[in-house]
Write a protein that binds this ligand. Structure first.
Ligand SMILES: [Fe+2]
Length: 290
């Protein structure tokens, strides 16, 4: 069994208005600003994250995801996966240490889905914000808004789901934890994990490559989800749907071991799979993509 990729490490997101985006991610979600660089990019993290950053905001003319990075257990793992990515037929780019502030070298590649991903093993570790690693308090005071704890996963829309699964499973060592299939067996959604989490990255079949649906952040309890939704209303922020459970992944509360067979949903149950209580998909969830 191939292991060595630990978790989603970062996502670089293009935003149309940096100041508005900072209000959203810092004041509303409660992420912590940890740096800015010469390009004007802003670096953020959830307070429980040990690494320096997990979100990078870049102002641009179009919104979307520049790339998602996975953290590997060692530089040797990065090198080994790089060779296998080349053998798989991926174009691979070497990004030097320091291109992202406080991050070591990265290996970037494009998946058949059309999305750019990166592998890296080294990032500065200032520790959990406000509590540190020595005799830590339960939680830090002064966290804003939703008090998002950590970057959890991305949902991406794109092409070539089969080939993308081959790459993530055979080259990178992810497992297929959950899937949605049509009556003829075509997989139209796939939830992949490199860990015990229900998913670290998920893909929905889409005619256009490289589209971004969302990046998600972990909240500890249902109470904190309710409070987050309250804050969305207080700030008149647009919302796809109020607090609900997904059928898929038991609402992200499921866990995965490598010997678990994938959980399968029939496509005619998609409404329930996405919104377990409403049991129908709404237009906003389906159509708001960048
Ligand atoms: Fe999600």
């Amino acid at each position: 069994m191939k292991k060595g990729i630990m978790r989603p490490g970062h996502v670089q997101i293009r935003v149309l208005d940096l100041d508005e985006a900072i209000k959203h991610y810092v004041d509303l979600l409660g992420l912590i600003e940890t740096d800015r660089d010469a390009q004007g990019r802003v670096y953020l993290k959830g307070w429980t994250e040990v690494d320096k950053f997990s979100v990078v905001l870049r102002e641009a003319d179009t919104a979307g995801m520049d790339f998602m990075g996975f953290k590997c257990i060692s530089e040797d793992v990065v090198d080994a996966r790089r060779e296998e990515l080349l053998a798989f037929g991926c174009e691979v780019e070497n990004i030097p240490e320091g291109e992202l502030s406080g991050c070591g070298r990265r290996v970037r590649f494009t998946a058949p889905s059309g999305h750019a991903f990166e592998l890296f093993a080294t990032k500065e570790q200032p520790g959990k914000w406000g509590v540190g690693e020595k005799n830590p308090e339960a939680w830090p005071r002064g966290i804003k808004g939703m008090q998002a704890q950590r970057f959890d996963h991305c949902l991406l829309y794109g092409t070539n789901l089969d080939k993308t699964l081959d790459l993530f499973r055979d080259v990178l060592g992810f497992d297929l934890a959950e899937q949605v299939v049509t009556p003829d067996g075509t997989r139209v959604a796939q939830f992949l994990t490199a860990s015990m989490k229900a998913h670290d990255v998920a893909f929905i079949d889409h005619p256009e490559p490289g589209k971004f649906h969302h990046a998600s952040f972990f909240l500890e309890t249902w109470e904190s989800v309710l409070r987050a939704a309250d804050l969305i209303s207080m700030t008149d922020t647009s919302i796809d749907i109020g607090p609900t459970r997904h059928g898929l992944t038991h609402g992200s509360g499921d866990y995965h071991y490598p010997d678990h067979p994938p959980v399968t949903w029939d496509v005619d149950q998609l409404g329930k799979a996405i919104f377990y209580h409403d049991r129908v998909l709404n237009e906003r969830f389906l159509s708001v993509l960048t």
